[in-house]
Design a protein around this ligand. Structure first.
Ligand SMILES: NC(=O)c1ccc[n+]([C@@H]2O[C@H](COP(=O)([O-])OP(=O)(O)OC[C@H]3O[C@@H](n4cnc5c(N)ncnc54)[C@H](O)[C@@H]3O)[C@@H](O)[C@H]2O)c1
Length: 352
């Protein structure tokens, strides 16, 4: 075989086999009968690369608005017309929206079909395809219906990323920055921030992708069901999910995460945990400003924060269990009220 071995340093017992490749290899398609669910945008690309015939295929147009239970039903109803059995495998080829919804459908059909992901966006390669969180949105509330159902195999092909528009590449770069911030590695953070927004996939990202995958694997392997350290991966995401929902998903996930990371750094500073270099924070805000997006106000975001990780304490106040970053150290989970969120949000928002 001329293709690489799966990523070697995965902990033993990790439920997913992860391969990194430059281009797709038909040898990595399932040996058992398989069904393809793909993002219609990459259908022409996939068809030039994958001569092996699936049992059947379903190509879906994917948008955050379509990440809904009705798309899951389309998968389930299509599979029910096919000779799919427990021996069959579902192969998902697409970005994070598709892998989240196909994973959920796979977890439900006949109480669980095996599934593989070939992630085609940077967000999906460094984050969404790893760790087995599947979900769809319920109305405007993000990821309200979901399951923990890790894929059996993930095949990361760098060539898929070459057709990604710059804005989608940037989405993934923000998730990589999140991981560097979480790990508290200033050199990695600076190197990723320097390349933020540069057009075109670069081979220099290959090592960063691998590092993000291994970082996420090491966390989720300890805490698949999100009871402890896995919450660290939500760094910047409480705010990001509220921003996305308040903008009716006009603001892409990655850029919302970028804003959320700025808020998290502001909270870290106001709570006396850490101060981040102004040059770094300015670099991030300049990048977000250059996108020309219209950012929602605090009041527009608040109702959506309530759907997230809010808990109430004995005095009836909202309490969030937020990961906050620390310069040069790993992020930590902190219990905090709504007020530090608002203060940090308003400070970041005033620059936009
Ligand atoms: N499950 C998890 O742990 C997890 C983690 C992070 C994000 N997510 C979820 O992932 C979603 C975001 O994922 P995403 O950013 O991949 O979005 P996406 O799946 O919507 O893809 C973004 C766009 O890129 C297009 N596209 C896909 N591959 C392409 C390619 N190779 N070339 C050109 N265009 C291509 C898609 O059609 C789409 O228009 C969110 O719903 C988020 O909640 C999940």
């Amino acid at each position: 075989m001329d293709f690489k071995m799966p990523l070697l340093s995965l902990p033993s017992g990790f439920p997913t086999e992860i391969w990194t490749e430059v281009s797709p290899k038909t040898e990595l398609l399932p040996e058992d009968p398989w069904f393809l669910v793909g993002d219609s945008r990459i259908k022409p690309l996939w068809q030039t690369w994958a001569p092996a015939a699936p049992l059947g295929e379903l190509w879906l147009e994917t948008t955050e608005q379509k990440k809904s239970i009705s798309e899951v039903l389309i998968c389930l109803e299509t599979w029910s017309t096919m000779p799919l059995s427990k021996q069959s495998v579902v192969v998902c080829v697409g970005g994070g929206v598709l892998s989240d919804l196909v994973g959920l459908a796979a977890s439900l059909y006949q109480r669980g079909l095996r599934w593989h992901v070939w992630p085609t966006t940077l967000v999906a390669q460094v984050d969404a395809s790893i760790g087995g969180k599947t979900a769809v949105n319920l109305g405007e509330a993000k990821n309200q219906i979901g399951s923990f159902y890790p894929p059996n195999r993930v095949v990361l092909c760098h060539d898929f990323l070459k057709t990604l528009p710059a804005s989608h590449l940037e989405n993934g770069q923000w998730e990589m920055i999140k991981m560097a911030l979480l790990e508290g590695d200033p050199a990695w953070l600076a190197s990723l921030s320097d390349r933020l927004g540069q057009p075109g996939f670069r081979s220099s990202f290959e090592r960063d992708i691998e590092r993000c995958v291994l970082g996420k694997v090491s966390i989720v392997h300890q805490d698949l069901r999100d009871q402890g350290d896995r919450k660290l991966l939500n760094l910047g995401h409480t705010m990001a999910h509220a921003i996305e929902a308040a903008s009716q998903f006009k603001i892409p996930h990655g850029q919302a995460v970028g804003f959320g990371l700025l808020v998290a750094c502001g909270m870290s500073s106001s709570l006396g945990l850490s101060d981040f270099p102004t040059s770094l924070l300015n670099r991030w805000s300049e990048q977000l400003k250059s996108s020309g997006l219209v950012w929602p106000s605090w009041n527009e975001c608040v109702p959506f924060l309530a759907w997230d990780k809010k808990k109430e304490n004995t005095k009836g106040e909202s309490v969030f269990h937020e990961p906050l970053p620390r310069q040069g150290e790993r992020a930590i989970l902190v219990s905090c009220a709504l007020q530090p969120f608002e203060q940090a949000f308003q400070k970041v928002r005033s620059h936009f």
